[in-house]
Write a protein that binds this ligand. Structure first.
Ligand SMILES: Cc1ncc(COP(=O)(O)O)c(C=O)c1O
Length: 400
């Protein structure tokens, strides 16, 4: 392409396409120790079960599976999600309060598209999942960050943000939060913080977007009711996904919202229903195997978390490094020891074949220079231990 053609093409791009830098393309799963992306464990994918479910589904549903589907998503899948919520959380909802999307990343983007105009204020955790941050930036809002601590989002800081906006005569559009095993920092929002956040949303007339991608993958401790379950005013939209319990390749997620709001969210969805075929395969498999499969995954990921923690702490014992101990999910969040040089660590880890994500990636408005995120989800327990140890040795070498 000539320069002239390239610049002509750039002039044609929409504001939304240029408002944030395009997402860098990075091949996942290519490092010796892939601790970068939150990739599910490939050894646990139920290959035989999916083959069997596909055959069973096609026999039962035939042409229905191969044509356009319900715009709100395959009803059987929406029923399955309702069943899952009832089984794991005692939460009773109906399929009418759900819309299916192409993974929860897409589900979240439906909410951002329905609510955010360029320049609108919204609140987001710092740190937060960088994938969502990319989607948020594409919509061009003013991102007001709020810290997280051991109890999740710091609601006193949310109040300060909301009061400041009110004084300016502005209204926060939404508060985006990852309440269970927060990605990347790991805490689960306490019940009192959940109640406080809902009270704030109601007091200031804003919405909460609850992103719960990992809730069932709890290794220990008691589940806490979701924001969506605790709210009775319709101020919570909740996103969920099959990516972490069945497989990210199925690309199936959803939003739960009030019946009044749902059409606005659905309005940004694709026509023809989201993958009517794959929705059916996933439903036929999960209807029969969900409970046993999730129980297996909980054991698999707990073991990986423990092995990575063991590997990391061996070289880091006695330093002032801090490492999260999440009760579930896929990630560890590290604070490097005093004196560690993040740039040197990046070189050493690269030479050692360890992929991780640097802390600043997760901060909307700067910060996190001394943090890194490691995903234990993808590699085997042995590699989590070895790679964790190797990475911690790199940290020691990068520390003056
Ligand atoms: C917190 C959180 N939300 C959303 C997603 C997106 O997942 P998917 O689009 O595969 O459902 C992820 C994936 O890592 C995540 O960690």
């Amino acid at each position: 392409m000539t320069t002239a053609t390239a610049s002509r093409f750039e002039e044609l791009l929409s504001t939304r396409a240029t408002i944030a830098r395009p997402r860098p393309l990075q091949a996942a799963g290519t490092a010796t120790y892939e601790f970068g992306g939150g990739l599910p464990d490939p050894a646990s994918f139920p290959y035989a079960g999916i083959l069997e479910a596909t055959a069973r589904m096609l026999e039962a549903e035939g042409a229905e599976a191969m044509t356009y589907g319900d715009p709100q998503g395959y009803r059987g899948l929406r029923e399955l999600v309702c069943d899952k919520y009832e089984r794991y959380e005692g939460l009773q909802i109906t399929p009418d309060s759900l819309v299916v999307a192409n993974g929860s990343g897409h589900a979240l983007s439906l909410a951002f598209s329905a609510l955010l105009d360029v320049g609108d204020p919204m609140i987001c955790e710092a740190p937060t999942f960088h994938g969502t941050l990319f989607t948020i930036r594409r919509h061009g809002p003013e991102i007001l960050d709020v810290p997280v601590d051991a109890e999740g989002i710091v609601t006193d800081a949310v109040r300060v943000r909301l009061e400041t906006l009110r004084r300016q005569g502005r209204r926060c559009k939404l508060i985006y939060t990852i309440d269970n095993f927060q990605n990347p920092a790991g805490p689960t929002m306490s019940r009192r913080r959940r109640e406080a956040l809902i009270a704030l949303a109601q007091e200031f007339g804003t919405l909460i977007l609850e992103d719960d991608a990992y809730g069932e993958l709890r290794f220990e401790g008691e589940p806490i009711p979701s924001l969506y379950a605790l709210d009775d005013s319709g101020c919570v939209i909740r996103a969920g996904t099959l990516s972490k319990t069945l497989g990210a390749g199925v690309r199936l997620g959803w939003l739960c919202a009030s019946k009044e709001m749902l059409p606005y969210l659905q309005g940004f969805n694709f026509g023809g229903g989201v993958s009517p075929f794959m929705s059916r395969v996933a439903t036929y498999y999960m209807r029969e195997h969900m409970v046993e499969h999730i129980a297996l995954l909980v054991d698999v990921y707990r073991e990986k978390r423990d092995q990575m923690l063991r590997g990391l702490w061996e070289p880091l014992e006695g330093t002032d490094a801090e490492i999260s101990h999440p009760e579930g999910g896929f990630f560890l969040w590290l604070k490097l020891p005093t004196g560690a040089d993040p740039a040197r660590l990046a070189e050493l880890a690269d030479e050692a074949g360890v992929r991780y994500v640097a802390g600043p990636t997760f901060f909307p408005n700067g910060g996190g220079e001394r943090n890194v995120r490691l995903a234990y989800s993808y590699e085997s327990p042995e590699k989590c231990y070895q790679g964790g140890k190797l990475f911690a040795e790199c940290i020691r070498k990068a520390t003056a």
